[in-house]
Design a protein around this ligand. Structure first.
Ligand SMILES: [Zn+2]
Length: 248
């Protein structure tokens, strides 16, 4: 069985989303995690999950969106998260993004918000789905310091050394369609334990000129099977174990 551990179904138009869901079904993708980025996105993902059993919602705020909120808006947001967390499968997409937060004070603001999400995850026992652009070491450091146990590091596939550290802490890492073409990522995935690996499309992001739809998880599974000299069935069976271990 296959799963998409990180997507944004809320960002699709209805017609496009219906195509994405039927395509996923045909390709054997059993469940799709839909991550939230903004207030509107949280509401939308919770609503989508109500009507579609294959959609599992994650609630949270994208670090760059969260950074622009006032303290009062943030308190309101966390009041909402605490009230709704029982309906969600995970806390995400949260984390740090230093690409557009170069000033120390902006980074500190993101870290404070991320700490609150780590607490929400620990209290609710729901895993974190983490974005860590230009901040991978800092994310690992914060997870370790707060003794977070359940985390999926999204697209955390550029550094073999940091991936190894993540696996030692029993965190999961998700790889996307770039494993099909990027030789550095292929090398890193070959060295990374299959027990800590999940697949994601980050749909509807574009990849190679096309929108990355959840059905394309199958291509990632085939590529990983090829890299690790395993059968597709072995890869799928391990995906099922990993997905259930992290999310249920
Ligand atoms: Zn994302």
């Amino acid at each position: 069985m296959l799963f998409d551990a990180h997507s944004h179904l809320d960002l699709m138009r209805e017609e496009e989303r219906n195509l994405a869901l039927s395509g996923a079904k045909t390709a054997g993708i059993m469940k799709i995690i839909s991550c939230s980025t903004s207030f509107a996105s949280n509401e939308k993902n919770l609503e989508l999950a109500k009507n579609n059993p294959e959609i599992l919602p994650a609630i949270g705020l994208y670090p760059l969106d969260a950074m622009d909120l006032t303290p009062l808006e943030l308190d309101k947001a966390f009041y909402f998260f605490n009230a709704e967390i029982s309906k969600a499968t995970a806390v995400g997409e949260v984390g740090l993004d230093y690409k557009y937060a170069v000033k120390k004070e902006d980074q500190k603001k993101q870290e404070d918000i991320f700490s609150r999400f780590i607490e929400l995850s620990k209290e609710s026992k729901k895993p974190l789905i983490i974005h860590s652009r230009y901040a991978q070491s800092q994310v690992l450091k914060m997870l370790e310091e707060s003794n977070a146990k359940k985390a999926l590091l999204h697209s955390f596939v550029d550094s073999e050394k940091l991936m190894k550290k993540a696996a030692e802490k029993e965190y999961f890492v998700s790889v996307g369609l770039n494993v099909l073409e990027n030789e550095n990522i292929q090398k890193n995935i070959l060295a990374f334990p299959l027990n800590n690996l999940l697949f994601e499309t980050d749909s509807p992001i574009r990849f190679s000129g096309e929108k990355a739809m959840p059905a394309k998880i199958k291509l990632i599974a085939q590529k990983v099977a090829e890299l690790k000299s395993l059968s597709l069935k072995e890869v799928e069976d391990q995906q099922e174990k990993n997905f259930k271990k992290l999310f249920f």
